[in-house]
Design a protein around this ligand. Structure first.
Ligand code: UD2
Ligand code: MN
Length: 578
């Protein structure tokens, strides 16, 4: 096989015609499924087969997996130890072309072994942590749903589970095919998984149902005490599983996520993620990573290896006790294709008595993509709005107003029948969204109490404050009012800040400029006193009033000494100063 690899290199070096390369690559990888001497599946990390003999005598794999032997990464193979793959210049055009198939560097992925080595990226204190004996931990079914996934990323996910989990904890791996249209995911996949040293079940959806219903199918056939969901382009690292199962062993109402590390979509480099971020969301109900607040560090006594109580989860990677999954309402079957289910489950679990944790000692890599590679039957916007509306209508009480105001037009979307989900909330006697904001997520970008939610209109110019879609550190916009919500929706909060989505208006110098910054909720440069008589918005720190733009700054409001002119008078939408 070393020879074969040299052969590949020669071919690359001489840059033969593309189709020939394809044929060679294809042979190389197809062979790996049937040829025991293939390099691709040979090396297995100690956590894998050592001490965990294959459950069935897989004649083929006995040859592929020398029991208990860990060989270091073969030198010079691309991507070993999680390193970046470099595409030779003469292959770059071709790799760009292949990128479009899955929206990641498919050529790079195909150059890497299915069981490549990875660095142990855990923090030191995780490496020697004592959990209970493995035989006391619950076992798990791993459910992986996929639609048109690449062969190499899908199988690398599977191999990383095999390599780095105690096999007695893996009840089975369940692959749910959400109506993929690629031949190799058919019979070839079925033949391949038969040879693997852990039981693998393949479920076929027949018709495209989306990831939520595909996961429900996977869960319905799962036999493990725990269900672990993974995306189909992940790589599990050393010791990933035990911390997840351990939290469930301690408390069956914990829904536990790993830290999600980044597998580069360009190079497949394994890049360590941060244990100092957790899950939140903005007014648009997009999931977002935000820094872990000091209070959560203190709650853990400064020990970063203890699990984080995260307000929300990213959605793709989690373990949940199987019976608890159903008790707490599994997933909303009314959700289509992609999106929304992660916030829905997070709110539901917290509000109905469970908890969402990030086990910081568990690390799993995931290929994050910039663009979605597959079709969205019914239209992206429609599907996302539909799923999110189902979430906000069932779980967010009046706080759903933020979502609707900032997404004008969304109300036309078909939401479907919600009675079952509303009944669930009643049956489980779940707490209010306000309780969730107060107790689980006080740092949220949703103000607990507010005086207004709507436009902020300047009396003289009839222009409105506008976020212009800008980011933290950029200037506040001011353009003619359009009456359509969206970027012109601001909330004047009871903490007296002017907030739009996750940004607050912030003036750090006497003469401005008037900028956006992350809301800190501490007053300071973000504190404005609104006077309902004079209609002034007075920036307390600088003792100046918000004013129309200076002549030099056409579309940014200014601050200046307070006066009685209409340019300093502001009308706040939907205001209730009670
Ligand atoms: C994130 C989650 C993902 C899911 C999603 C919101 C992580 C790492 N990923 O987006 O799991 O929670 O947010 O819904 O947290 N798939 C199907 N059928 C479909 C569409 C997708 O089976 O119709 C599969 C897909 O092949 C993949 C999984 O669902 O294995 C997640 O899809 P994604 O990778 O496009 O989602 P991602 O990571 O952008
Ligand atoms: Mn994904």
């Amino acid at each position: 096989s070393r020879l074969r690899y040299q052969y590949c290199k020669v071919i690359i070096a001489t840059s033969m015609v593309w189709f020939l390369l394809d044929v060679v690559l294809l042979m190389y990888y197809t062979d790996c499924a049937s040829n025991p001497s293939c390099d691709q599946n040979r090396e297995v990390a100690p956590g894998g087969v050592a001490g965990n003999p294959p459950k069935k005598s897989a004649g083929l794999l006995d040859a592929i997996l020398p029991k208990g032997i860990f060989k270091p990464a073969p030198p010079n193979l691309p991507g070993e130890m999680g390193k970046a793959v470099v595409i030779p210049p003469d292959l770059q055009a071709k790799s760009k072309e292949m990128f479009k198939i899955n929206q990641f560097n498919l050529m790079a992925s195909e150059m890497i072994r299915l069981n490549r080595t990875l660095p142990d990226v855990r923090m030191e204190s995780c490496k020697h942590k004592e959990y209970v004996a493995t035989n006391l931990l619950p076992d798990t079914s791993v459910v992986i749903v996929f639609h048109n996934e690449a062969w190499t990323t899908l199988l690398r996910t599977v191999w990383s589970i095999i390599q780095r989990s105690p096999h007695e904890l893996i009840k089975e791996i369940i692959l749910v095919d959400d109506a993929s249209e690629r031949d190799f995911l058919g019979r070839k996949l079925e033949m391949y998984v038969k040879e693997l040293p852990v039981p693998v079940v393949i479920e076929r959806m027949g018709e495209r149902k989306g990831l939520i219903r595909a996961r429900l199918r996977g869960a319905s056939v799962a036999k493990g005490q725990v269900i672990t969901f993974l995306d189909a382009h992940c790589e599990c690292t050393e010791g990933w599983l035990e911390p997840l199962l351990y939290e469930i062993y301690k408390d069956r109402t914990s829904v536990v996520c790993p830290i999600i590390d980044v597998i580069s979509d360009e190079t497949f480099e394994y890049i360590t993620g941060s244990d100092m971020t957790w899950g939140g969301f903005n007014w648009k109900l997009n999931f977002r990573w935000y820094p872990v607040p000091q209070r959560e560090m203190e709650r853990r006594g400064g020990d970063r290896s203890l699990p984080l109580r995260s307000p929300t989860m990213a959605g793709g990677l989690l373990s949940i006790e199987r019976n608890y999954f159903y008790e707490i309402g599994s997933y909303d079957r009314g959700m289509d294709i992609w999106g929304g289910e992660n916030l829905e489950m997070s709110f539901r679990v917290w509000m109905c008595g469970g908890q969402v944790l990030i086990a910081t000692c568990s690390r799993v890599g995931h290929v994050f993509r910039k663009v979605s590679p597959y079709s969205w039957p019914g239209g992206v916007v429609n599907i996302l709005n539909h799923n999110t509306m189902r979430t906000v209508e069932v779980w967010m009480d009046n706080y759903k107003d933020f979502y609707y105001k900032i997404n004008p037009g969304v109300k036309q979307t078909e939401v479907g029948d919600l009675t079952q989900r509303l009944d669930l909330r009643k049956k489980l006697e779940c707490k209010s969204f306000r309780w969730y904001l107060e107790n689980i997520y006080p740092e949220s970008q949703m103000p607990l109490d507010y005086y207004s939610l709507g436009e902020v209109r300047n009396k003289e110019t009839n222009m409105c404050l506008d976020s212009m879609g800008r980011k933290s550190g950029e200037k506040v916009g001011m353009v003619p009012c359009h009456n359509m919500g969206g970027n012109q929706v601001f909330s004047y909060t009871k903490k007296k800040s002017l907030m739009t989505d996750d940004l607050c208006i912030d003036v750090s110098q006497v003469k401005g400029p008037v900028k956006f910054f992350k809301c800190h909720g501490l007053g300071g440069n973000q504190l404005f006193e609104y006077d309902k008589q004079t209609l002034q918005l007075k920036h307390s720190n600088s003792n100046q009033c918000l004013d129309k733009p200076n002549p030099s700054e056409r579309d940014t409001p200014s601050v200046g000494p307070c006066n009685n002119k209409p340019s300093q008078q502001w009308v706040l939408g939907d205001i209730d100063l009670a």
